[in-house]
Design a protein around this ligand. Structure first.
Ligand SMILES: [Zn+2]
Length: 243
């Protein structure tokens, strides 16, 4: 699988002739444009996990013609921005629902913020998990009540992901959380059966260096923390390779 970083939580993932685009709110390196124009794909699916500005950009409307399906979290339904999209090409997913066509299968999960996270199975049987804004949002300076609540909802949601299998998992490691930036990632990696981990949602922060605690969870878990728009890795099932 080929994974290209767009910005924030935005990625383009290619598995053979299938393209999956996630949370493409901005694509400064023009990655999706280039792939779209090249046209070297059979299927294109565009996912948006929720309506926040840093996840949902309306420029993805320009890809409608060759897009098989826009797969949107149901909270997008109530936004004005969605009105410019061709209704026939949109499927809205609520939490804990499934959708499939003759090529891919999608499961939605709840988030700890607005919207959903997605697990997607490609035609070759590979699985990609994109967390959206699902995370243990541990803000040190928050009230004790809010800190407790954030933990509660994160752990409740995480139970639904128990032993979830994914080849590639994209998950927030948000620099703004400071020392707590890995808290969610550590729990998530411990409870799921993921084969690799991609850190996201850390614009303006340097590359994430996993702590010893994180590294001790799953020995040799391949990790990638993209920073520069357009960065790309190939995941061969065991490692992230640069081209
Ligand atoms: Zn976000």
């Amino acid at each position: 699988m080929e994974i290209s970083y767009l910005l924030n939580s935005g990625f383009l993932i290619r598995d053979e002739k299938t393209l999956l685009v996630f949370d493409d709110y901005e694509d400064p390196a023009g990655i999706v444009d280039a792939a779209y124009d090249k046209g070297d794909f059979d299927r294109l699916y565009i996912f948006v996990t929720h309506s926040h500005f840093d996840h949902f950009g309306t420029h993805i409307r320009a890809y409608a013609q060759k897009t098989n399906q826009y797969i949107f979290s149901s909270d997008l339904k109530h936004t004005k921005r969605v009105k410019i999209f061709p209704t026939k090409k949109i499927v809205y997913m609520k939490h804990y629902t499934e959708w499939q066509d003759d090529a891919i299968k999608v499961w939605s999960y709840d988030s700890t913020d607005v919207g959903t996270s997605f697990l997607v199975q490609t035609p070759s049987g590979k699985r990609v998990f994109h967390a959206g804004d699902f995370n243990w949002w541990y803000w040190d300076d928050d009230t004790p009540e809010n800190i407790e609540l954030a933990e509660k909802i994160f752990k409740r949601q995480l139970k639904r992901l128990n032993k979830m299998e994914a080849d590639v998992a994209l998950f927030p490691v948000d620099g703004r959380l400071g020392a707590s930036q890995e808290k969610g990632a550590i729990e998530f990696a411990a409870k799921t059966n993921i084969k690799s981990f991609v850190a996201m949602h850390r614009v303006d922060y340097p590359m994430w260096e996993p702590s010893k605690k994180f590294l001790s969870i799953k020995k040799d878990l391949p990790i990638w923390s993209p920073i520069v728009p357009g960065e790309k890795r190939i995941f061969d099932g065991e490692r992230f390779l640069e081209e």
